[in-house]
Ligand binder design. Structure first.
Ligand SMILES: C[S@@+](CC[C@H](N)C(=O)[O-])C[C@H]1O[C@@H](n2cnc3c(N)ncnc32)[C@H](O)[C@@H]1O
Length: 445
């Protein structure tokens, strides 16, 4: 069995308790006032996988398809992130310490002065106090992360049905999240039905959730949020729709291309500029499937050569690209000398480029990074390789944040050149009006 089969075939799906028609009705109910009077889309069975969203009339590039409020949301509570953020409104609670940010009732949850009295917090506070957090002086990321899952407790009947109608990939590893949370409380529930409900919810999160992002009090808030309609969008590596967040709890999905009536509406679960192997690894490990889209089947990736590495045969320096498209360990062939190399060898070169470039990104000033990209990288990494493209994107972001006046004219010219290069790649990929294009054309000038 290949590495990729192991990644994708090991994980069964939990039983789905609703027909596609019932699911569509539950989604309508969930959308409430946000449901358009005559939507341009419908939920239906998909030839890609399970259920998907389809255009019911021609949709124009740029058109907003829907806005949706989250069904379940909570802090990602990743280590290294600021955990001192109110669990309701995302504002910073008063004070500087964990103890000051935590609810004074002893529920172990950070909450601001305004939200502490809210009915929403009252319910969660009562539940967490019943379970008795072991530490009420410090914010424990394990206890905080489980909040988005535990909120399934407060869903109404129709919302629970909707949760059970969503695909849930049953990876037993996901149960670790519940077990880790249980370690933080004296009396975490151990009733098997309740634990199964939590597990189902964790699996639904891992299969469908988005990392929603918004700015509050000058800091970036990242929450994990379940949007049942947006969660119906299947993946394509060059999709025809993209999403953004209006706030931490509302998602907006727009068409990035003209979409014909009857076509499936898709989004990308990966970064657009990743190489095919990077996307395959990510999709296999996190979503347990192997993408078969046209981009995945083209070794040149629409002529972008995002995977390409240099040939190391004496005197060659041609571009080497993966030959097979359906495996994680393809042979690679040089487009100039036509020699074929085993994957293990090329993977070492790719890792070298990735580590060297990422180390520099983390340690260098923008000025040094430009010098490194222009003068040193061409010795070991083709300009089309996705790691180098990501490094150029990183330079663009950093320069934009500081403002043009900080930089010499030739540095600004490099930034413009990088931007044109990335726009040309997006054009070749057929990415249309994708979020990245909007960001680098509208905001970065
Ligand atoms: C967010 S859900 C998408 C909606 C799902 N089709 C459903 O019926 O609920 C993600 C799951 O859909 C499936 N999926 C999405 N895009 C796919 C693709 N391009 N190829 C194969 N499976 C895909 C995978 O099983 C993945 O874990």
């Amino acid at each position: 069995m290949s590495q990729l089969q192991v990644l994708t075939e090991d994980v069964p799906q939990m039983e789905i308790s609703a027909s596609t028609q019932e699911l569509a009705a539950l989604i309508d109910d969930h959308l409430g006032p946000l449901r358009p009077t005559s939507p341009a889309w419908q939920v239906a069975d998909s030839p890609i996988s399970g259920r998907g969203i389809f255009a019911v009339r021609p949709i124009a590039k740029g058109e907003q398809l829907f806005r949706e409020h989250t069904l379940l949301v909570g802090p990602t509570a990743h280590r290294g992130r600021n955990l001192r953020t109110c669990i309701n409104c995302y504002h910073l609670p008063a004070g500087d310490t964990d103890a000051e940010a935590l609810c004074s009732s002893g529920c172990g949850l950070p909450v601001c002065g305004e939200c502490v009295e809210s009915p929403r917090h009252a319910l969660e506070c009562q539940l967490f106090r019943k379970w008795q957090p072991k530490d009420v002086q410090h914010i424990d990321p394990r206890a905080l992360r489980i909040l988005s899952v535990v909120r399934c407790f407060f869903l109404n009947e129709s919302q629970r049905k909707l949760l059970y109608a969503m695909q849930a990939n049953a990876d037993r590893y996901y149960m670790r999240e519940v077990q880790r949370a249980a370690e933080c409380f004296e009396h975490f529930p151990h009733d098997p039905d309740m634990l199964e409900y939590f597990y189902r919810t964790v699996c639904a999160f891992n299969t469908n959730a988005f990392e929603s992002r918004c700015q509050v009090d000058g800091q970036e808030i990242v929450a994990r949020a379940l949007f049942p309609l947006a969660g119906m969008l299947n993946h394509q590596c060059t999709p025809n729709a993209a999403h953004h967040f209006e706030d931490g709890e509302t998602i907006v999905v727009c068409a990035t291309e003209n979409i014909a009536a009857g076509s499936e509406i898709t989004m990308s679960y990966t970064k657009l500029l990743w190489s095919t192997l990077a996307r395959k690894m990510f999709l296999g490990m996190t979503k347990h499937f192997m993408c078969q889209c046209p981009r995945c089947q083209d070794p040149t990736e629409n002529g972008t050569y995002l995977s390409a590495l240099f040939c190391r045969e004496q005197g060659c320096k041609g571009l080497v690209i993966p030959v097979q498209t359906k495996t994680l360990q393809p042979d690679w062939r040089c487009l100039s000398c036509e020699n074929v190399f085993p994957h293990a060898k090329m993977a070492r070169y790719q890792d070298f480029a990735l580590n060297t470039i990422n180390n520099r990104i983390n340690t260098c000033s923008v000025r040094d990074m430009i010098h490194f990209i222009n003068e040193l990288c061409p010795r070991f990494c083709p300009p089309s390789n996705y790691v180098l493209i990501e490094a150029k994107l990183n330079v663009i972001w950093r320069m934009t944040r500081l403002g043009a006046e900080e930089y010499a004219p030739e540095e600004l010219a490099h930034k413009d050149r990088y931007r044109e290069e990335i726009l040309a790649i997006l054009h070749k990929l057929g990415a249309g009006e994708c979020t990245l294009k909007k960001l680098i054309t509208e905001e970065i000038q």
